[in-house]
Design a protein around this ligand. Structure first.
Ligand SMILES: [Zn+2]
Ligand SMILES: [Zn+2]
Length: 146
């Protein structure tokens, strides 16, 4: 499956279904996406490839690398230090973004009062342990994924 930034300069390709789909209500995502929340599909790093010129930003923890198209500055994907086996793509890159309905919502403690996401699991912050994340991914896979 292929996706692209707003101007098309950055192209992404994934060769496997997502491990998990997420909505994040945190203030950073609100600002990054100029919206109420961000929409993410998490993929195994080995199933992901990207071409084009990127610009990297580092925010809040310094452990997250947000990558933007160098030309149109569209928000493309995030890599998290300590989780190099996965990559978080913005679902808006894909033409068929409706299929990435968020399975989990994060950071509801910063959620806007009128903003509602039909996620199966809600977290005031985020899963604290790798085991918790593994369980979510297993459950997402069981339900048929995408
Ligand atoms: Zn672009
Ligand atoms: Zn967020």
């Amino acid at each position: 499956m292929k996706g692209a930034c707003l101007c098309g300069q950055v192209q992404v390709c994934v060769t496997a279904p997502p491990l998990l789909t997420l909505a994040c209500h945190c203030r950073d995502c609100q600002k990054l996406c100029a919206s109420a929340f961000s929409l993410t599909a998490m993929f195994a790093a080995e199933s992901f490839s990207v071409t084009g010129r990127l610009l990297a930003g580092r925010l809040r923890s310094g452990q997250r690398e947000h990558n933007f198209c160098r030309d149109c500055l569209n928000f493309v994907f995030t890599r998290i230090q300590g989780a190099e086996s996965r990559v978080n793509l913005r679902t808006a890159l894909f033409a068929d973004l409706a299929r990435f309905e968020p399975f989990v919502e994060l950071m509801t403690e910063e959620k806007l009062p009128w903003s509602n996401v039909p996620a199966t699991h809600s977290y005031a912050r985020f899963p604290e342990t790798a085991a918790e994340l593994e369980t979510l991914m297993a459950e997402y896979l069981d339900r048929g994924g995408v």
